[in-house]
Design a protein around this ligand. Structure first.
Ligand SMILES: Cc1ncc(COP(=O)(O)O)c(C=O)c1O
Length: 390
């Protein structure tokens, strides 16, 4: 008797019911019944997937969810936030073009731009995203986009999105990295941006177990990003899209609690003698406070930064060693509170002088506030700061 070969086993039977939770389509490719169907798929006359690097139901489901949440025509997914940023640079610029970047951007995004400059002669100008009037004299015939973060990493400068978009012609897209804020707190496309993107490794997923990027915006632009992502192999794994989709279900609850806890904790820490300065956009004295209060009535997310009293890396080391319950982790937006040190992580490729120029001191610690109760965090920070001060 000939047995069926194991390579042909394991496909579930068709069923009159469907799974209550979305299934994971962990497959490289999709079986195509005949050439007519294949033609129809490639010509867009039939809906379906062929090869996961180009499309997959888990990616499509997440891309559609992001598009809905961002009030966008279309969405796309990428292997990481940098996959999204890289696809934007590659899709929208050619050798010799010009882009304008906010001076305060995530370190790797700045590194990406400088690599594009070295390799392809991309010209870059910088401006302060809370001073949109600086843009006028930077724009040229060759400017292909302007890129800002809603709330910058790590000093939390807030971009005046509406004013920036208002000073650009329709042919120059405003690209907004909304990783820190999510569509729960702001929808940049409704304020005039053309593309919004996120490191979905952060709040959108929210559990510190995914590497993923997403973008949303006008259909024509998103199509260009998706094509680029497919050619350069920037699509994620279906499981990551599935996990992020699961994380999105609790995003509104998580962001509400995180925003409240973070602001209260920032107020508390700003009164502590072992802290020289607390950066939070809704605290009086923060340079972006007027813009933040206008754009973010529900809060600016879960990040605050604090400058410890004392000098150099040793005070940071003492803080880290005492903060056993709040681990040093070079990411943010985990469900638990974590700390990071921008000078030796995200901005380590800069010289000490360059860092000082953008206000990133050696004693600066970035805190990503998690879902723990406020009272617990107040007690823990107070203990850690006491131990740090010695
Ligand atoms: C503001 C911001 N944008 C983009 C990224 C890059 O995202 P990923 O780490 O998913 O590549 C990060 C990562 O920390 C970030 O903080």
């Amino acid at each position: 008797m000939t047995h069926q070969h194991p390579s042909r086993m394991g496909h579930p039977h068709p069923s009159v019911t469907s799974p209550s939770a979305p299934p994971i389509y962990q497959t490289t490719a999709f079986d195509v019944p005949d050439l007519d169907v294949l033609q129809a798929l490639y010509e867009g006359k039939a809906t379906g997937d062929v090869y996961t690097r180009d499309s997959n139901p888990n990616h499509t489901a997440l891309a559609e969810s992001i598009a809905i949440m961002e009030d966008a025509e279309a969405g796309a997914v990428f292997a990481s936030g940098m996959g999204a940023a890289g696809s934007i640079f590659l899709a929208l610029t050619s050798a010799g073009d010009h882009v304008i970047l906010a001076r305060a951007l995530y370190g790797k995004t700045l590194q990406l731009a400088s690599r594009m400059q070295q390799k392809f002669g991309l010209r870059i100008s910088y401006f302060d995203a809370d001073q949109p009037e600086q843009l006028k004299e930077l724009l040229t015939e060759k400017t292909r986009f302007v890129l800002v973060e809603t709330v910058s990493n790590p000093l939390l400068q807030v971009a005046d999105i509406e004013a920036i978009a208002g000073s650009l012609s329709d042919s120059i897209p405003l690209v907004v990295d909304s990783t820190f804020t999510t569509p729960e707190l702001i929808r940049p496309l409704n304020l005039g941006a053309s593309i919004v993107f996120h490191s979905a490794s952060k709040y959108l997923n929210g559990h510190g177990d995914v590497m993923l990027g997403v973008a949303a915006g006008k259909k024509s632009l998103i199509r260009q990003l998706s094509e680029t992502s497919s050619i350069f192999g920037q699509n994620p794994n279906p499981f990551e899209s599935w996990l992020c989709q699961r994380g999105l279900r609790t995003l509104p609850l998580r962001m509400k609690q995180i925003c409240q806890t973070t602001l209260e904790l920032a107020r508390e820490l700003s009164r502590h003698p072992a802290v020289q300065k607390v950066h939070h956009p809704l605290l009086p004295g923060h340079p972006s406070q007027p813009i933040a209060s206008r754009l973010y009535p529900d809060g600016t997310g879960g990040i605050l930064a604090l400058e410890l009293s004392g000098e150099g890396f040793s005070v940071v080391n003492r803080f880290m060693q005492a903060a056993t319950g709040m681990p040093f982790s070079p990411t943010l937006a985990d469900a638990r509170t974590t700390i990071s040190h921008p000078a030796t992580t995200s901005h380590r490729f800069m010289t000490a002088e360059q860092r000082a120029g953008i206000g990133i001191r050696d004693e600066l610690i970035r805190v990503s506030v998690g879902l723990e109760p406020l009272e617990q965090l107040k007690v823990e920070f107070s203990q850690v700061l006491e131990a740090t001060a010695g």
